[in-house]
Ligand binder design. Structure first.
Ligand code: ARG
Length: 500
C-alpha cells in the first residue's frame, strides 16, 4: 500500500488529510463513527413518513366524505407547510409532545390554527399510524441498502472478470491449499451478494401491506377505505386482519435485521479477506491509500480500519436481531409499548450498516492485485501436491489414495515439506513402481495455469468457466435490479403524488 502524498496538508498525518474526495470522506466518517457524530431523535427520522401517512389518511377521509373538500385542502396545505418547515429547521419536535404524531397534530392545530386538524385523527390510532410510518421508512432504508448491494455486485462482476486469469493461492484452514484465481474468489463473493439482494427484495415484498385503517388493532366503525390509503402510500394491499396489522410490528424489523445480519456476516468475511490478503506478509492485493488509516505513534503503520469496523458492526447486527426477537417473543396480541423499543434498534442498525456496501464498493473499485506475487506464492507453497497426485492417478490409473501416499512420502523426504521431482522419483523407485515421469510431464502437472484449465465444471476457477459463471451472475443481477427498480418506482411515484 503506497501512502498518498499529503502535500497540501503536511502538518497532518496522511489519513487525516483534508480532502474533497467523496470516497475518502465517507471512509473517514465511517471509521470515526459515533466518536464525533450526533444521532438524531428516532421520531425525527420518521417525520417524512408520518407526513405521507397523514396526507394519505386525509385524502381517504375526504374520498369517504368524512371530511369536506375544504377541510382536506387545509390539512394538505398545513402538512406540506410543516414538511417544509421541518426541512428548513424551523419546526423541531418538542419532546414534551411525546412523539412525531402528536407534534404534527399540534402544529396543525395550535401553530397553523387549522380547524380541520381536530378531525385528522378520525378513524385512526397512533398504533396503526406508527406501524405504517415504520413500513414507509424501513421500506426506503432497505431499498437503499439493496440498491447499494446491487451497485457493489455490479462492480464485483467487473473485478472478477478483470482478474479471472490472475492465479493465486486458495486457502483452507488459513493455509495454502490449491490454485485458484482472484476472479474466482470475487465470484464467490458475488454469489452471496446475489442471495443477499434476493433476500432483501423478497422481504420488501413480504411486508408491503398497509396497516393504516387497523386503528388501535380492532378496526373502526367509520366508513373508511383502507385499500385507498394502501394504494396512495404505494403498498400492495391493506391488511387482511386489523389485529395482525398492529401486533406484527417488530416482525418486519426482525426480518430486515436478519437480512442485514446475514449480509453483514458476508461483508465481514470480505473485510477479513481484504485484511489478510493485503497484509505485508501475504501482499497479494493493495488497498488504496484513500481507505487506510495510520497510527498516531508508529509512522510506518497502514491499517484497514474500515474492514475492522465492518467486522464489529456485524457483531452489532447479530445482537440487534437478538434484541428484537426477545422483545417480541413475550408480547400478547395487540399493541404494546415494548414495540417502541424495536424502533430504536432497527434505526440504529440501518444507521450503522447502511454505508458498508458503499464503502466496500469504493475499496474494490480502487483495489489492485499483485499478480506476480500471487503466482509466486502459488509456486512456493506446496500446492502442486494435489496436482501431482491427480496426475499419477490419471496417467497410471493408480487409486487416488495410493497416489496420495506416494506424494506424501516424497514430501516427507524434504525437511522443508516441499515437493520436487527428485524425491518423487526416489519414492517411485523405492516402491518398485514402473512409473517414470519426464521433466515436461512434471512441469505440466504442477503448472498453475495448466491446472486451472484442466478444471471443466461450471463454478470452477478455470477462467473460461468463470467467464460463463459471471455471465450467469450478470443476468441474475440484471433481473434483480429491474425488480427492485419497478418496486421502488411504484412506491416512490405514489408518495410523490401525495405532495402534488
Ligand atoms: N411512540 C409510540 C411507538 O413508537 C407510538 C405509538 C404510541 N401508541 C400508544 N398507544 N401509546 O410505539
Amino acid at each position: 500500500m503506497a501512502k498518498q502524498d499529503n502535500e497540501k496538508n503536511n502538518d497532518l498525518p496522511f489519513w487525516l488529510k483534508q480532502s474533497t474526495n467523496e470516497a475518502f470522506n465517507l471512509n473517514l466518517a465511517f471509521t470515526t463513527g459515533r466518536d464525533v457524530k450526533d444521532i438524531p431523535m428516532a421520531d425525527s427520522e420518521l417525520f417524512y413518513a408520518d407526513i405521507y401517512t397523514n396526507l394519505a389518511h386525509a385524502q381517504m377521509l375526504f374520498a369517504q366524505k368524512i371530511i369536506t373538500k375544504d377541510e382536506h385542502n387545509d390539512l394538505k396545505v398545513g402538512l406540506i407547510e410543516s414538511r417544509k418547515a421541518f426541512a428548513a429547521g424551523t419546526f423541531k419536535l418538542n419532546p414534551k409532545l411525546e412523539d412525531v404524531h402528536m407534534n404534527i397534530e399540534q402544529r396543525l392545530t395550535k401553530d397553523l390554527k387549522i380547524k380541520a386538524a381536530e378531525k385528522l385523527h378520525t378513524a385512526r390510532s397512533r398504533n396503526d399510524q406508527v406501524a405504517t410510518d415504520m413500513k414507509i421508512y424501513l421500506r426506503q432504508r432497505l431499498t437503499d441498502v439493496t440498491q447499494s448491494s446491487i451497485n457493489l455486485t455490479s462492480l464485483m462482476i467487473k473485478l472478477a472478470d478483470r482478474e479471472k486469469d490472475v492465479i493465486m493461492p486458495g486457502f483452507t484452514h488459513y493455509q495454502p491449499a490449491m490454485y485458484t484465481s482472484f476472479g474466482h474468489l470475487v465470484g464467490a463473493w458475488i454469489e452471496v451478494e446475489l442471495r443477499n439482494i434476493t433476500r432483501m427484495i423478497n422481504s420488501l415484498h413480504l411486508f408491503n401491506q398497509c396497516p393504516l385503517g387497523a386503528g388501535a388493532g380492532y378496526g373502526t366503525s367509520w366508513p373508511i377505505d383502507p385499500d385507498l390509503t394502501a394504494k396512495l402510500l404505494g403498498f400492495t394491499s391493506s391488511a387482511n386482519n386489523t389485529l395482525d396489522a398492529v401486533s406484527s410490528r417488530g416482525e418486519m424489523e426482525a426480518q430486515f435485521s436478519f437480512d442485514l445480519a446475514i449480509a453483514s456476516s458476508h461483508w465481514s468475511r470480505i473485510a477479513q479477506d481484504l485484511i489478510l490478503y493485503s497484509h505485508p506478509y501475504f501482499s497479494l492485493i493493495n488497498v488504496s491509500s484513500e481507505y487506510v488509516t495510520g497510527s498516531s505513534i508508529m509512522p510506518q503503520k497502514i491499517n484497514l480500519d474500515f474492514a475492522e469496523i465492518i467486522r464489529a458492526k456485524t457483531a452489532l447486527s447479530h445482537g440487534n436481531l437478538q434484541s428484537i426477537l426477545s422483545i417480541i417473543k413475550g408480547l400478547p396480541s395487540g399493541y404494546n409499548r415494548d414495540l417502541q423499543q424495536t424502533k430504536y434498534i432497527i434505526l440504529d442498525l440501518f444507521r450503522e450498516l447502511n454505508d458498508i456496501p458503499i464503502i466496500l464498493k469504493n475499496v474494490l473499485a480502487d483495489l489492485s492485485v499483485n499478480r506476480e506475487n500471487c503466482l509466486a506464492r502459488c509456486k512456493d507453497s506446496g500446492m502442486a501436491a494435489i496436482e501431482v497426485t491427480n496426475f499419477l492417478s490419471y496417467k497410471y490409473n493408480l487409486g487416488f489414495r495410493k497416489s496420495y501416499l506416494i506424494v506424501s512420502q516424497a514430501i516427507a523426504l524434504n525437511s522443508d515439506h516441499s515437493l520436487n521431482l527428485k524425491s518423487l522419483r526416489q519414492i517411485l523407485k523405492k516402491q518398485d513402481l514402473p512409473i517414470s515421469i519426464s521433466d515436461s510431464e512434471w512441469e505440466k502437472a504442477i503448472d498453475p495455469k495448466e491446472s486451472l484449465s484442466r478444471q471443466k465444471t461450471l463454478g470452477s476457477p478455470n477462467p473460461k468457466m468463470l467467464k460463463l459463471a459471471l455471465e450467469n451472475s450478470n443476468t441474475k443481477l440484471d433481473h434483480l435490479s429491474k425488480k427492485l427498480f419497478s418496486f421502488k418506482e411504484n412506491y416512490q411515484s405514489n408518495l410523490a403524488n401525495l405532495l402534488k
